[in-house]
Ligand binder design. Structure first.
Ligand code: GAP
Length: 514
């Protein structure tokens, strides 16, 4: 645990030091669970968004993208169920006065059991070497089987109690498991209460006429209310999808995991409208497709897993998370939800307008079913950033800090460095930048010895350094250094663009999805 915390602290301080993420309003001591993206962070975030948009919208003929407003008519949230059911169960510790999500306390307890399973697996894998069969070990090792049964039973009971609104049983479970306040060790708990996560605000100039609004807690509803407009104006035929990216807001009870759980965050969501009865098939297809998208970035297959929900949201008939191994363990990165016809039917009921599709093949009208994919952009940022941050032991017994971001997502693709600040080398470097900047985000750096500049770019995540030296003046060549291997090659200046292009081109990265 101490190592995990240490690693996570390194991620947070690196994000600040290299201009990725700052605490919001830092000069006023910050605002809890709100963050600003700095010069490099804004580029990385934009690149992740583009990578998603390309894969979801541009590469699918039957998916279009929209950009709906954050403010929506307040009845939207009554219809969607968020006013009544978008709650988290909270519990306070009477001694430390700290507030927690009751379900997160229980999930953290289960995560500790899962960590024990992983430890057993690691031990056995070391013992058996190449002959180790993980699947068989998980199914037959009695200690591991007991751990797994215990974890499953706890989650099942919690899911059932939450579904039945049996908050007294959630508290009993916390007490039976002997869960203590992580801050104080006290087990003196209040009852569990429900807490609505939506932020309220007002629209209108005078207090009497102002209308109560909510800041949207998910972008999905902007898609549902536009379903028919898009279908008609785009002449879309089922099955088809509507995607969008944008801000969402939740008054999270516990928000102390950096950009993992924020009060203002960004989602990338897609609602896929289908014939009733086909939801199982599409749910499985989208689970597979979304996992492939993640794997295309090369962050390591072992860092992802599916988690099927025991506790279903009020709108879903099936749901799974794609979990990622964050520095603090496996946690939800993306959700795939089979939302039935819940949302469209509810909007029909509350608006009095028909939200149906006439299926020309079946020659009948129906309210479509929906399979949704929903990923947090900030969580994706944290997944990519934390996975990429590495400390490497070098042959000369030194270490280097390197941010091995997938080149396609890196904020700056290349730094152009004149070896010295004189003899006309800066002019050649600027000329190279003038050409490259039309295709890639590139920077110029002339400060410090070239070795230090390389290290600075390694830590900032820049995949290429292009160095202009005296030979460049004679033969129009430069050296190009690769961040990950630190290898350097001498190449013609005229080749630089195509070398970078080959490594950062979105097409070749996304084609890995197959
Ligand atoms: N429309 C469905 C929906 O909103 P969700 O599971 O509540 O589903 C989807 O959220 C994704 O949004 C999550 O998988 C996560 O990546 C991201 N997300 C949710 N709450 C977040 C928060 N407070 N901070 C950052 N990301 C969040």
């Amino acid at each position: 645990m101490a190592k995990q915390e240490d690693d996570f602290k390194k991620v947070i301080s690196h994000a600040k030091e290299y201009g990725y993420v700052f605490q919001s309003s830092e000069i006023y001591d910050g605002l809890s669970a709100v963050y600003d993206y700095a010069q490099n962070g804004a580029e990385l975030k934009k690149n992740i968004r583009e990578y998603w948009w390309k894969a979801m919208v541009n590469l699918n003929e039957n998916i279009v993208g929209i950009d709906a407003a954050i403010f929506m008519h307040p009845t939207t949230w009554k219809a969607s169920g968020h006013v009544d059911a978008f709650n988290d169960p909270l519990i306070d510790n009477k001694d430390s006065k700290k507030r927690y999500r009751a379900d997160v306390l229980i999930e953290d307890y289960v995560a500790k059991i899962e960590a024990k399973i992983e430890k057993e697996v690691a031990k056995a894998s070391k013992r058996f070497g190449d002959t180790f069969d993980k699947k068989q070990f998980l199914a037959t090792n009695q200690r591991v089987v007991d751990y797994q049964e215990k974890a499953d039973a706890i989650l099942k009971r919690m899911g059932k109690s939450l579904e039945n609104e049996d908050l007294a049983d959630v508290k009993s479970l916390i007490e039976e498991l002997d869960i203590a306040c992580p801050m104080s060790g006290s087990k003196n708990w209040t009852d569990v209460k429900q807490f609505n996560l939506m932020f309220g605000t007002k629209l209108g100039a005078s207090a009497e006429s102002a209308m109560d609004l909510y800041l949207r807690p998910e972008t999905a509803q902007g898609i549902f209310v536009n379903f028919l407009n898009v279908q008609k104006t785009g002449r879309m035929k089922i099955p088809f999808g509507i995607a969008q990216t944008g801000k969402a807001f939740r008054n999270e009870i516990v928000a102390r995991q950096f950009i993992f759980r924020m009060r203002e965050f960004e989602q990338m969501e897609m609602q896929f409208f289908i014939r009733p009865g086909t939801q199982k098939e599409w749910y499985e297809k989208w689970k597979e497709n979304r996992l492939k998208w993640h794997l295309s970035l090369g962050l390591g297959e072992e860092n992802y897993r599916f988690h099927d929900h025991d506790k279903l949201a009020h709108y879903a008939d099936a749901a799974a998370d794609i979990e990622f191994r964050f520095p603090f363990g496996f946690k939800e990165l993306e959700g795939i939800h089979s939302r039935t016809d819940f949302d469209l039917s509810q909007h029909e009921k509350f608006s009095g307008k028909k939200l149906q599709y006439f299926d020309p093949e079946l020659k009948e009208s129906y309210v479509p079913y929906v399979v949704e994919t929903s990923i947090g952009l900030d969580r994706m940022f944290l997944a990519v950033f934390s996975n990429s941050l590495q400390e490497e032991e070098l042959e000369n017994n030194t270490t280097r800090t390197v941010l091995k971001l997938p080149a396609v997502l890196a904020p700056t693709k290349a730094a152009v460095l004149p070896l010295v600040k004189k003899d006309g080398l800066p002019d050649v470097a600027h000329k190279i930048i003038e050409d490259l900047k039309w295709d890639f985000n590139v920077i110029y750096d002339e400060k410090d010895a070239v070795g230090r500049r390389y290290r600075r770019q390694d830590a900032a995540g820049t995949p290429f350094c292009i160095t202009v030296d005296h030979q460049s003046l004679e033969d129009q060549t430069v050296t190009i250094r690769h961040r990950d291997t630190m290898e350097q090659h001498r190449v013609a200046i005229s080749e630089v663009k195509s070398i970078i292009h080959k490594e950062v081109d979105m097409r070749s990265w996304l084609q890995r999805m197959g």
